[in-house]
Design a protein around this ligand. Structure first.
Ligand code: PEP
Ligand code: MG
Length: 558
């Protein structure tokens, strides 16, 4: 039973996804605030009657001004990067936006037909293109795609309510049908107190992000999470996977107490800062942190982690809009990570895009089976310009701290060889340019496919370190999509096959005297800490706010 609804006077209680009776949470914590539904960039333009047409025209005009400003900025950047001739396309788009015919068409539809701006833009754009010839609009001919680009830009701006909310409003609890990782990565933790969704699984990257950012979340509430709850007070209990809408006094008091208890627990853990990750019998293990964005670096510093064991760099691409992050931008972020951590290590995983991690700036095409499709190192080796840009950025940042590079989704020695060749090429370029970098930068790979497990001995002769991505390794071992809600009850994170694989990899890697860590979610599973230490894993890398709880667990082990 996923969604039990209990109505106590006006209070509504909904229960989210349960994986098993013991494991419920997506991301722990209590959040209390007003509920606000996420408005996604519009794909399907709905036809909505509006009462206040003047307000709707104003909405359109505001979006038009914003679009003009964006196009001006795009023109400036593009002129610098690709020259004025190539940037002219944005000037042409500005002309479309300023064309009085188009503006009149849109406002005409809003005023005369009392329809919403999004729909009016869609219809007006269609008509504008169709009548371009008879209206002697030569500049539009052959530029249908640009007119649509302008229309999409306007529609996207109109849908940006929630992002503006993050800039202006009071903190709120975000609700959505489903929240994609590329959207979750943009959540501003100071504004989004928590998030709740109708669909999704606790194994998705959205859930991973919620844990990394420490945002209390409940997912899989189903259709019972209604749009009517917009603006109502909500409590998110990320510990129990429950939400309360219009909570009564007793519930609010109970939840505030729970919040206080959790706060005290977190404060008590603070005492472990500066202490070793050591068992009672003296066995030590490194505990590092996983991050995805530059904002997370601060959380790592606060967490007292031994370093950054996994920087999911793909999130930089996912929050980068229509263009991939430049070398300079990436360099600045990696340099910040390196400098902030000082002598502690920072493992930058090269972009692991694909699957549920899509980025507007890279066209990955359609995959029939995205989890098993065009992703990770496969994309990097294919889009070698984008890959080399990233490698150059990492190498440049390596001059400022203790950085290493890790390749994701490895299945063969060949992939490692080609990736290393690309790294050598980037090094050579930098040398020729007399740019500083760490010549001995360590190179590692993720072990997250059964193929990589089977060749871990051979891989150990090729690279310096390894990290086990238990999230993907589990889905590929079980042959079950980690995103498929119907498979939740079969999805056994403690499956003996997975535990046995971790042992095999650890042995193989240690035979070559190389370093092995676990950076998938299993690293934070306190029920397995003892097992992982006992088989000799060298490092566990977890979300920043899980570091101290893990340290506590390690110190309690005999
Ligand atoms: C993993 O697969 O366990 C992992 C750490 O990578 P990601 O979750 O980002 O796919
Ligand atoms: Mg993975």
């Amino acid at each position: 039973m996923i969604n039990e609804i209990t109505e106590d006077k006006s209070m509504i209680t909904l229960t989210g996804k349960k994986v098993s009776e013991e494991r419920i949470e997506v991301s722990e914590g209590i959040a209390i605030g007003k509920l606000s539904f996420y408005k996604r960039d519009i794909k399907e333009i709905r036809h909505i009657y509006v009462k206040d047409v003047e307000k709707e025209v104003q909405r359109f005009q505001k979006a038009r001004q914003k679009a003009l400003q964006e196009l001006k900025e795009l023109y400036e950047t593009a002129s610098k990067e690709v020259g004025e001739a190539n940037a002219a396309i944005f000037e042409m788009q500005e002309m479309v936006l300023e064309d009085q015919d188009l503006v009149d068409k849109v406002t005409g539809i809003i005023v005369e037909q009392k329809l919403n701006a999004e729909y009016a833009i869609e219809n007006a754009a269609e008509n504008f293109i169709a009548t371009a010839v008879e209206n002697d609009k030569n500049y539009v001919q052959g530029h249908d795609a640009d007119v649509w680009d302008v229309a999409n830009r306007l529609q996207n701006i109109l849908a940006r309510g929630w992002k503006d909310k993050m800039l202006m409003d009071e903190p709120f609890v975000l609700a959505a049908g489903e929240l994609y990782p590329s959207e979750a990565v943009q959540l501003d933790k100071t504004k989004v107190l928590g998030f709740v969704t109708r669909y999704g699984t606790i194994n998705s990257h959205t859930a991973v992000l919620a844990r990394t950012k420490g945002i209390p979340s409940v997912i899989g509430l189903g259709e019972a999470l209604k749009k009517d709850y917009e603006g109502k007070t909500i409590i998110v209990d990320g510990f129990e996977g429950k939400i309360y809408i219009e909570p009564d006094y007793t519930t609010i008091t109970k939840m505030r107490q729970k919040q206080d208890t959790n706060h005290t627990k977190v404060q008590n853990l603070e005492r472990l800062k500066g202490k070793e990750n050591i068992t009672q019998s003296g066995q030590k293990i490194d505990v590092c942190a996983n991050i995805g964005t530059r904002e997370d670096i601060e959380n790592v510093l606060r967490s007292d982690a031994g370093g950054i064991g996994l920087f999911r760099s793909e999130f930089l691409y996912m929050e980068s809009g229509s263009k991939p992050p430049t070398e300079e931008y990436q360099f600045q972020v990696y340099k910040l990570a390196a400098e902030s951590m000082g002598v502690k290590k920072v493992v930058i995983r090269t972009a692991d895009l694909g699957g549920d991690k899509t980025a507007e700036c890279l066209d990955l095409g359609e995959d029939k089976n995205p989890a098993m499709g065009y992703r990770g190192i496969r994309v990097s080796l294919d889009k070698d310009d984008v890959f080399k840009t990233q490698l150059r950025a990492i190498l440049r940042a390596s001059a400022f701290g203790n950085l290493s590079i890790m390749f994701p989704m490895i299945t063969s020695i060949d992939e490692v060889t080609v990736a290393k060749l690309m790294l050598e090429k980037a090094k050579k370029e930098l040398k020729n340019e007399k740019t500083a970098f760490d010549e001995d930068i360590q190179v590692g790979v993720m072990i997250e496919t059964p193929a990589a497990v089977m060749i871990s001995g051979e891989l150990a002769r090729e690279v310096d370190f390894f990290s086990i991505g238990t999230n993907d390794l589990l889905q590929f071992t079980l042959g079950m999509d980690r995103q498929n809600e119907k498979l939740d009850r079969y999805y056994n994170a403690h499956h003996p096959a997975l535990l046995k694989m971790i042992r095999i990899i650890t042995n193989n890697v240690h035979l070559e005297e190389k370093h092995i860590s676990v950076c998938g979610d299993l690293a934070a599973d306190l029920e397995l800490t003892e097992y992982l230490i006992q088989i000799g894993v060298d490092e566990l890398s977890v979300a920043p706010n899980q570091v101290l709880a893990l340290r506590k667990k390690i110190r309690e082990i005999q």
